[in-house]
Write a protein that binds this ligand. Structure first.
Ligand code: NAP
Length: 577
């Protein structure tokens, strides 16, 4: 179907300049930005409204674990001045209200087609156009295809035997009913204790008659120490918003507060303990930034792991339950650090039980509940907090084909390969917002989305100004970037955790460390350098019979790309730093 459509693209001009897939943070900003450049844009969104992740993840307790003052758009000072967040960490409903406000304020809805899933995107070489088809029969041609599909948008439910025989209700945290769920009086099971489970468990425990948590791997979680934002404090804060954002842009994680330069192992134990205590009391993922060596040195890492284990023993009354909740076997922070409210306290409730499904694995879902190797747990409802096919799931769910009809699934057979985490060799004018190989999920993703959208729109503007039709990452540039991403990751403890960062949560998925861990400040500098060099590492060209790259349009490989140079990589900064 996709091929036939592509063959029909012919010589006519594209229907729109750009198609954007997704209307979450990334898609909304891409639409606004590209429209601002005078491009015609069509957005397709599978949800019935804007929001992306924040449209679907309506489970009880859903809230962002990046502070609301950081996790919001910075591109418009008017927007950030007029919007007032009510809490330190915003709830899902408040973030969804914010995104609706953004859509209305910038008049974005008229270019968005809701309730529509893109099923294929096929590149037609002679016309240098993408042909996009949807599940509702749309067929649109576009010069540029912007994939703003999110990193965590395809939910995973494990294939337990008997699942379809269960007589109660089942839910996935990432596809929660719009009207909510009332668990009053019910016996509920939650499978999964990652960020979603850890947020939902305390809320469900308060409502349900009984809650059984099925935990495979205990995750590290830090209390949010959540609070409301005082309106006077907020008004004073907003006067310095621009400076605050500037610091975020050059930081490591895209946050206003950055990592300490001190090393845990060089800090006397009492001082180290006080640092952890202060950060624990401050709340949130800040504790990861306590020392510079926590994520690179296992001995340093074990000091923070021991501190958190001590906290769990203090909070949880039953020592045996506390023991089951203490993470082991992987470094602190190597799986996404969770942020909670009353998580460990919840296990002191009489109506909550914790089942270790590593010790007693789930054998089947039965009509009446869940059977583990130790016996059956009777349940009225099961909540799957079992995560996502992260980073590549939504892209590979579409039939994306580049030059020569090459499917993206084939190009990425051994794991995702990108140049700068945004472009793929063989797929001209396809742009992946916060794609694998960019800081994405290891950063404040809203800031990373802004950086990508701006960088991509600058590239599109460059093509237009130079009367060019397409840009395509060169294979050797992509190869060097992938090598650099892997190299930086291998210098940290991250690859040791069997996490979704590696695709380890999806059976059969190739194991590639997907996010770029070199820091958003450094990453931004690299992208800026590539742009300043006339898009080094890219071929740029015209549509039509002579659609070969324009020889002088972009310099050939340039010094910035020599990331595989052994001497350069001797330093973690690398040639990319
Ligand atoms: P997740 O981190 O992948 O956690 C999935 C959980 O399900 C894990 O505990 C996993 O155990 C368990 N699980 C998976 N398959 C299982 C099986 N067959 N049997 C038993 N247990 C199984 O997913 P998530 O909690 O939805 O979070 C995903 C990401 O979304 C987060 O890391 C974060 O980036 C984002 N998120 C953010 C927020 C926030 O901002 N507050 C909230 C929610 C999600 P194993 O660890 O053993 O695999």
């Amino acid at each position: 179907m996709g091929h036939d459509a592509a063959n029909q693209a012919g010589d006519s001009p594209p229907d729109v300049d750009a198609v954007v897939v997704g209307a979450g943070f990334a898609g909304l900003y891409a639409l606004h930005r590209l429209r601002g450049l005078g491009l015609s844009v069509r957005v397709f969104e599978r949800g019935e409204d804007v929001g992306g992740t924040w449209y679907w993840n309506r489970y009880p307790g859903a809230r962002c674990d990046v502070e609301s003052l950081d996790y919001s758009f910075s591109f418009s000072d008017e927007l950030q001045q007029e919007w007032s967040w009510s809490e330190r960490y915003a709830t899902q409903p408040e973030i969804l209200r914010y995104l609706n406000h953004v859509a209305d304020r910038f008049g974005l809805r008229s270019d968005i087609t809701f309730g529509t899933r893109v099923v294929s995107a096929v590149y037609h070489e002679p016309s240098a156009q993408w042909v996009i088809e949807t599940d509702r029969g749309h067929r649109v041609t576009a010069r540029h295809a912007i994939m703003a599909v999110g990193n965590l948008s395809v939910g995973r439910v494990p294939d337990f035997p008997g699942l379809d025989l269960f007589l109660g209700q089942t839910y996935h945290t990432g596809d929660w009913p719009t009207d909510g769920v009332d668990f009053t009086g019910l016996r509920v099971g939650v499978i999964g204790t990652g960020s979603s489970g850890i947020q939902a468990i305390p809320m469900i425990a308060r409502q349900a008659a009984h809650l059984t948590v099925f935990q495979r791997t205990p995750h590290y979680t830090i209390p949010a120490q959540h609070h409301r934002l005082d309106p006077d404090w907020l008004a004073a804060f907003k006067q310095h918003y621009a400076d605050y954002r500037r610091r975020m842009r050059v930081s490591r994680g895209g946050l206003s507060r950055d990592y300490s330069e001190r090393r845990a192992l060089e800090t006397p134990p009492p001082q180290r303990h006080n640092t952890y205590e202060a950060r624990w009391n401050f709340g949130g993922a800040e504790i990861l930034g306590s020392f510079a060596d926590l994520l690179t040195d296992e001995r340093a890492n074990s000091t923070v792991a021991e501190f958190v284990a001590g906290k769990i023993r203090e909070i949880v009354h039953d020592p045996e339950v506390a023991g089951r909740l203490i993470p082991h076997g992987y470094p602190f922070g190597a799986k996404r650090l969770c942020v909670d409210t009353d998580y460990y306290e919840t296990y002191n409730r009489a109506n909550v039980a914790l089942v270790d499904v590593t010790a007693t694995p789930i054998e089947a879902v039965t009509p009446a509940g869940i059977r583990t190797s130790a016996g059956e747990h009777e349940l009225d409802a099961i909540v799957f907090a079992t995560g996502f096919d992260a980073m590549t799931g939504a892209l590979l769910a579409m039939d994306v084909r580049g030059r020569g009809g090459l499917p993206l699934t084939q190009a990425w057979e051994a794991g995702p390969q990108t140049y700068l985490g945004v472009c793929v060799a063989g797929f001209p004018n396809l742009f992946i917002i916060t794609g694998p190989g960019s800081p994405s999920v290891l950063s404040n993703v809203v800031l990373s989305i802004e950086q990508h959208v701006e960088w991509v729109s600058d590239l599109i503007e460059y093509l237009r100004k130079h009367d060019l039709d397409w840009a395509e990452a060169r294979r050797e540039a992509q190869h060097e970037w992938v090598a650099h991403v892997n190299d930086v990751a291998s210098r940290t403890l991250f690859p040791v955790g069997n996490s979704w960062y590696l695709g380890a949560n999806v059976p059969g998925k190739p194991r590639v460390f997907m996010p770029y861990i070199g820091g958003v400040g450094r990453y931004r500098a690299i992208c800026d350098r590539v742009a300043a060099g006339g898009y080094t590492g890219f071929d740029l060209g015209h549509a039509g019979p002579e659609e070969a790259p324009v020889p002088d349009a972009a310099p050939v490989l340039q010094p910035v790309l020599h990331a595989t140079d052994a001497a350069a990589l001797a330093d973690a900064e690398g040639a990319w730093g």
